[in-house]
Design a protein around this ligand. Structure first.
Ligand SMILES: NC(=O)c1ccc[n+]([C@@H]2O[C@H](COP(=O)([O-])OP(=O)(O)OC[C@H]3O[C@@H](n4cnc5c(N)ncnc54)[C@H](OP(=O)(O)O)[C@@H]3O)[C@@H](O)[C@H]2O)c1
Length: 249
């Protein structure tokens, strides 16, 4: 899984799945742009950990829901680290967990538009260079909840299914330029985003999972590296659940 000579931009890499992904890609030889929004010190810690381990990384702040900030970030990444070969669209867009009838449109729209703006702006910023070079890879972090439902998760499910559809269409459009676009879809993963879930619920999910546990961020990072690597060079438009078998397609 050699990523030497590649530049990877991982959005939301200060914590959770993004952090584990940035570290794993760096350990495989990639130069990593660690995007963060609010957690500057956590992002710097990721960069320091990578550097200490002999890798190369730099932190870049941007709210990925903001087109201007994304364009400026990608410009800075390319100036400092070189053209982006791999985009991991991972940043977690928050949402309330509650029944549909308790949602306001503004809450629902914030999740839908936050997810779709982040992938839209990030892809539009990195694709021109990828198209020129006739190579590149984009991996969107979706969720198994884009393919099945869970009480209270209607905004998340709807937004992530939009990500899946976006990826299929984009994979078709940019395939002729040698660019691959895929979805990695985690099931329940132990990060800050799921820390609020009661322990009994996590234990119940683990029990229902064929591999008998829930995911760690490193499990998802491993799938990202596998799809990013040239060993997956003929894989595009795919949806890869990382759920210990909870979602089988
Ligand atoms: N955890 C799960 O069970 C699970 C399951 C399925 C899918 N996922 C998906 O996996 C991805 C990562 O989730 P996670 O659990 O690792 O989340 P997390 O631990 O809560 O970390 C969230 C990350 O996203 C960043 N972020 C949030 N808003 C941002 C914005 N507007 N612009 C840039 N960065 C932003 C945060 O940066 P700052 O802290 O610097 O603001 C942080 O690095 C998400 O797409 C999520 O939907 C997670």
């Amino acid at each position: 899984m050699d990523m030497k000579g590649k530049v990877a931009l991982v959005t939301g890499a200060s914590r959770g799945i993004g952090r584990a992904t940035a570290k794993l890609l760096a350990s495989a030889g990639a130069t990593v742009a660690v995007n963060y929004f609010q957690s500057e010190s956590a992002a710097i810690e990721v960069v320091n950990e990578i550097t200490k381990a002999g890798g190369r990384a730099q932190a870049f702040r941007a709210d990925v829901r903001d087109g201007e900030q994304v364009r400026s970030m990608v410009g800075d990444v390319e100036k400092s680290l070189g053209p982006v070969d791999l985009l991991v669209n991972n940043a977690s867009i928050g949402f309330p967990v509650k029944p549909f009838m308790q949602f306001t449109w503004d809450e629902f729209e914030a999740k839908l538009c936050g997810e779709l703006k982040s992938i839209f702006y990030c892809c539009q910023a990195v694709l021109p260079g990828m198209i020129d070079r006739k190579s590149g890879s984009i991996i969107a972090i979706s969720s198994t909840l884009s393919r099945h439902s869970s009480p209270g998760f209607i905004a998340h499910s709807t937004a992530k299914s939009g990500i899946d559809a976006f990826v299929r269409s984009l994979a078709e459009e940019v395939g002729p330029f040698g660019i691959r676009v895929n979805v990695v879809a985690p099931g329940l993963t132990l990060t800050d985003a799921t820390a609020w879930l009661p322990e009994e619920q996590k234990a119940m999910m683990a029990e229902m999972t064929p591999l008998k546990r829930v995911a760690l961020p490193e499990d998802v990072a491993g799938a990202v590296l596998a799809i990013a690597s040239d060993h997956s060079r003929f894989v595009t438009g795919c949806y890869i659940p990382v759920s210990g078998g909870m979602l089988m397609l």
